[in-house]
Design a protein around this ligand. Structure first.
Ligand code: AKB
Length: 316
């Protein structure tokens, strides 16, 4: 049986991934960890949980020994907006944390490391529409710089040490369980919360800002499908484009108005506009489709319907 450690298990994706993987691989086989944020009762009660800082290699090693970990999923990261406020923190967590994960996995002959990347690897010189798998990677954020370096390091460990490292470039992820923290695409979550609470939302990017996005069920599916993929069939490793949908903020507002006709939106762009403008509108994910069968389930309207239904129950 696989023994899986999820680092960053209290964040937006980590919290849902932990519960989903416990369902699939057995509660005791999925260890959740975080640096200091208190986990939810669901995470604490459904399986093993450890507090540790990925920068503390000795303690990290102790946790891996204790549970005989042979698979690591590293969800810990400082995202784009917080990373621009504190670039050195982003470098420290995203790079020094990552190198500890890769080194420990190499030293302990682990079976697999999965490290998410992001559309933040792209920059203003990258083709914006249907962005190819292989293209110009010149990001303008520290988060993007660390994600490009992470992809290169992951592929280096595959080539140089034969370690099985995998990663996918997440678009903006939309979900209703745990709020995202510090990203540029956070508006695409906040808009639904505010639609239910206030029937209005002031967006920090302009109405025609269009980005690739994905609903959480597809995010979990893509992560677990890549985790399960046959290594011998992979031609790429740490950098798979994964697409699901692509829409502007105005199109999101129209989709919400199908369910909340008097929803109002206004715009006050801030520093995150420049970050959003440097990222693609949509991505070409044919490598993920060919190499491990990627195919998303949700489009904008299906996601809007489900988000509003779930948040209605949660917030009212
Ligand atoms: C962010 O906005 O920083 C993240 C991402 C696209 O990786 N959600």
């Amino acid at each position: 049986m696989k023994k899986i450690l999820i680092i960053g298990a209290v964040g937006q994706i980590g919290s849902e991934l932990t519960l989903k993987m416990r369902e699939i691989y057995g509660n005791d086989n999925v260890v959740a960890s975080t640096r200091k944020t208190e986990p939810t009762q669901k995470i604490k009660e459904s399986g093993p949980f450890e507090f540790f800082d990925v920068m503390d290699k000795q303690r990290f090693n102790e946790v891996c020994e204790k549970y005989k970990i042979d698979y690591i999923i590293n969800m810990a990261a400082i995202l784009s907006a917080v990373g621009e406020k504190n670039p050195m923190l982003a470098w420290d967590v995203n790079m020094n944390g990552l190198i500890n994960v890769l080194e420990l996995a190499r030293e302990k002959n682990m079976k697999q490391v999965l490290i998410p990347s992001s559309i933040a690897v792209f920059g203003p010189e990258t083709p914006q529409v249907n962005t190819p798998q292989e293209t110009i990677l010149r990001p303008t954020t520290m988060y993007g710089v660390t994600k490009v370096a992470g992809e290169l390091l992951g592929d280096y460990y595959v080539r140089r040490f034969g370690l099985d490292v995998r990663g996918l470039r997440y678009p903006g992820i939309i979900s209703h369980e745990t709020l995202p923290g510090g990203g540029t695409t956070d508006y695409a979550v906040a808009i639904y919360y505010e639609a239910i609470k206030e029937k209005k939302y002031t967006c920090f990017v302009k109405e025609d800002t269009r980005l690739p996005m994905m609903y959480m069920p597809d995010c979990l599916k893509s992560t677990i499908d890549l985790f399960e993929a046959d290594f011998n069939k992979l031609k790429h490793h740490s950098d798979f484009n994964v697409g699901a949908m692509s829409f502007s903020v105005a199109e999101m507002a129209d989709s919400i108005r199908k369910y909340i006709p008097d929803f109002e939106i206004s715009y006050e762009p801030d520093f995150r506009q420049a970050i959003a403008d440097s990222w693609p509108d949509s991505v070409d994910d044919s490598a993920a489709r060919e190499e491990w069968g990627w195919s998303p389930d949700y489009d904008l309207d299906a996601m809007t319907k489900d988000m509003l239904e779930q948040l209605e129950k949660k917030l009212k």
